[in-house]
Design a protein around this ligand. Structure first.
Ligand SMILES: [Fe+2]
Ligand SMILES: [Fe+2]
Length: 353
């Protein structure tokens, strides 16, 4: 039996200027503003299948591893030297911030650095804390940032609790919150006249790689109530069910979104494609893919985008803690965020027209 431990990467930069959304990396350590570096790009362009990931440093450890309108925010024109056109919204993307590993003064500094970015909204991709700390951290983020926070949950957010219990608590909290919006209960969010947002936590559904030949044993399976004590067959069925829930929700919401907007962001925790399931600059192998990717979601999103060649989709995900980019189709890109325990950071800022 192996317990998965995350490998953490350094700072990377992802860029893309597609779908009338200008984005550029603003990935910095909250501690010492480490140098931002660009990914090596292989086959970049309009060709489907282009992908690149952050390589493992030579000294690194190896482990196997109906529409909701955005609350009113001010529109701003950015400086001419910064962007040559009017920007309606600056959106910052975070994922896998694991605040339970971050001491209070460091969390405060992280929030201050985010405020300095003058963001109009935050997209938060899950693994925020654990079941006994999640709502506390959500409240802290809300008071620390004071802008709309659209979030999904990650597997760690359920640790030492239950999926049902955590989701109930989050529904109660967001119902009473000014800025917190849990995307699985938010429907289609209209970010701008051209761009919508949908999201779901998702779950690795076991269908990619070789689930029954894998001996990877995640902590998920011993600390989340619904997953404890299952046989491999029962676990596979449960993971399938969780993945199918996500695929059903996202499929329906994306279809709604594309009827209204030409661009859609999909925020989710789990990479929905093999090509986006990065680990140290490589695609995860067949032992790890069952536990780190969701085939059901990927198949649903790709099918929709094949039927909508005039629409564009960006998927933002995390979970593997290794950053990378994959172009699945000409109109479907996936950004996977990197993470390091104790070092929460801004992944990227998107400026939307
Ligand atoms: Fe994580
Ligand atoms: Fe995760």
């Amino acid at each position: 039996m192996r317990l998965y431990t995350f490998y953490s990467t350094g700072c990377q930069r992802l860029t893309s200027n597609r779908i009338a959304i200008r984005s550029y990396g603003l990935i910095e350590s909250p501690v010492d503003a480490k140098m931002v570096r660009r990914f090596p790009r292989s086959g970049d362009g309009e060709n489907p299948g282009a992908c690149y990931g952050a390589k493992r440093p030579a000294s690194g450890r190896r482990t196997k591893a109906p529409a909701t309108r955005l609350p009113a925010v001010p529109s701003r024109s950015r400086e001419a030297s910064f962007s040559p056109y009017t920007v309606d919204l600056r959106v910052g993307w975070l994922t896998d911030i694991h605040l339970n590993f971050v001491v209070p003064h460091k969390r405060s500094r992280f929030y201050a650095q985010l405020r300095e970015q003058q963001l109009d909204a935050i997209l938060l991709g899950g693994d925020i804390g654990e079941a006994n700390s999640l709502t506390q951290f959500l409240a802290e983020i809300e008071s620390g940032l004071g802008v709309p926070i659209y979030f999904v949950l990650g597997n760690h957010d359920y640790y030492r609790g239950s999926i049902a219990g955590v989701r109930e608590a989050v529904v109660r909290q967001t119902a009473a919150s000014r800025w917190l919006r849990w995307l699985p209960t938010s429907g289609v969010v209209s970010l701008t006249d051209h761009t919508a947002l949908v999201g779901h936590d998702s779950w690795a559904d076991g269908r990619l790689g070789h689930f029954f030949r894998s001996d990877v044993m995640l902590n998920d399976y011993v600390v989340i109530a619904e997953l404890i004590g299952l046989t491999w067959a029962e676990r596979y069925a449960k993971l399938n069910e969780l993945g199918d829930q996500a695929a059903g929700y996202l499929g329906d919401r994306v279809s709604e979104a594309l009827a209204q907007r030409r661009n859609v962001f999909v925020l989710t925790h789990v990479p929905p494609f093999r090509e986006a399931c990065w680990h140290e600059g490589q695609i995860s192998n067949d032992d790890y893919l069952p536990h780190f990717a969701c085939r059901a979601v990927g198949e649903r999103l790709a099918a929709i985008m094949r039927d909508h060649p005039d629409r564009r989709m960006k998927v933002l995900c995390g979970h593997t803690h290794s950053s990378g980019f994959a172009r699945i189709l000409n109109n479907l890109e996936v950004f996977t965020g990197g993470a390091e325990y104790g070092e929460p950071r801004l992944q990227q800022v998107f400026e939307l027209e």
